[in-house]
Design a protein around this ligand. Structure first.
Ligand SMILES: *Cc1c(COP(=O)(O)O)cnc(C)c1O
Length: 364
């Protein structure tokens, strides 16, 4: 293996902390003297019970999850949650959806199969800003109000919880959970696919207030009924054991992070703020690169940018690869480039990208 792995800016599945990958490699054949890999263990074994128990405890401590919230380890990704959520919390009634980008569009479409859906807000043109809260149309009797905390494709992020509405808030936090402190108690439910900022694909985290459980529609599959999953401690059926183990190692890694007096998520948030500022500064001060998102809602995790001369896209990507900077091609719906700089991307990686961008602009 090369001494320095390339910097991987994939939007997801995304780069993992190298320390975690090394630990997983060391423990691959024999997890702590059991003579088994974690992926070979019964999910009912004492060993795996300690792995999932520790992961839940670490998640609860990192995010300060109140005790009346269930933490569920599920499968199906965020797109499956787009159906599972209304099946569980929609009660066959009304649900309102804030539209701020490609992922919230998908959530809203899927929910229409199960609920009377109203769009709470939608920007007039392009996903480059979030309509101000006083303009949102939210029904008092909606079962919940859904929003996407960070639009991974468009690079639009809520920097404050959209509070003050009557219905419980539900958030798709797939690409931002654990990147900064979150007021879990301000939400009825938060969910996230793991493969952006938490671990490998195959695991979906759901954090849900228990008083909202028990109202699933009769058609809801038992394996996707939050109350059933909670009652069985995420073991109604076989959970994605190896993905849970890896996410657990990431959570332990997060707990070890320090930044001055800050630790854990707060340390991470400070580092993420600096990383994003470095990249936006490079984009805004250049005459080649462009990011159209309103400064107040720019994402700290996914930074799309265009080259003002799209004819240079291919040369930019080829040069990037040669400099050990991978997976920078933007989503096809937005075009241009996208740098995803999740927790596991060190500041050194962002600096390497910025240095390359400056050099590329100078030579073109
Ligand atoms: C990646 C992503 C999804 C889709 O997740 P899947 O695991 O592929 O279902 C949904 N929402 C957001 C915000 C995402 O970043």
């Amino acid at each position: 293996m090369p001494e320095q792995r390339p910097w991987n800016f994939s939007a997801g599945p995304a780069t993992m902390p190298e320390e975690v990958l090394r630990q997983a490699a060391e423990e691959m054949l024999d997890w702590r003297g059991t003579g088994m890999s974690v992926m070979e263990m019964s999910h009912r074994s004492e060993a795996f019970g300690s792995i999932i128990g520790q992961a839940e405890q670490d998640l609860r401590e990192l995010l300060v999850v109140p005790p009346d919230y269930a933490v569920l380890f599920m499968q199906g990704g965020a797109l499956a949650q787009n159906a599972i959520l209304p099946l569980n919390l929609g009660r066959g009634g009304r649900a309102d959806y804030a539209i701020t980008g490609a992922w919230s569009v998908k959530s809203e479409h899927e929910a229409r199969k199960y609920c009377d859906v109203q769009v709470a807000c939608r920007p007039e043109s392009g996903f480059v800003d979030i309509p101000p809260l006083p303009q949102w149309r939210v029904r008092e009797d909606a079962a919940y109000l859904h929003y996407c905390g960070n639009e991974t494709i468009d690079g639009v992020e809520f920097h404050e919880v959209p509070g003050g509405f009557a219905p419980p808030l539900v958030a798709d936090m797939s690409s931002t959970l654990l990147s900064r402190p979150l007021d879990v108690a301000a939400h009825g439910c938060v969910y996230a696919g793991a493969q952006k900022n938490i671990g490998p694909a195959g695991l979906t985290l759901v954090i849900v207030r228990r008083d909202l459980l028990g109202y699933a529609l009769p058609a809801c599959p038992s394996a996707f009924d939050y109350a059933v999953v909670d009652a069985h401690h995420s073991m109604f059926n076989t959970p994605p054991t190896y993905a849970i183990y890896l996410a657990g190692l990431v959570l332990q890694w997060l707990r070890r992070q320090r930044e001055g007096d800050l630790q854990g998520i707060e340390a991470m948030a400070e580092r993420n703020r600096r990383k994003a500022a470095m990249l936006y500064r490079c984009i805004d001060s250049s005459s080649l690169y462009l990011n159209r998102v309103a400064p107040g809602v720019r994402s700290r995790m996914n930074i799309p940018f265009q080259l003002r001369e799209p004819a240079l896209d291919a040369a930019f990507l080829e040069g990037a690869r040669a400099h050990g900077l991978l997976q920078l091609k933007g989503h096809k719906s937005v075009g241009g480039m996208r740098a995803s700089i999740y927790n596991a991307m060190p500041e050194r990686g962002v600096r390497a990208l910025v240095e390359y961008m400056v050099e590329f602009e100078r030579s073109h």
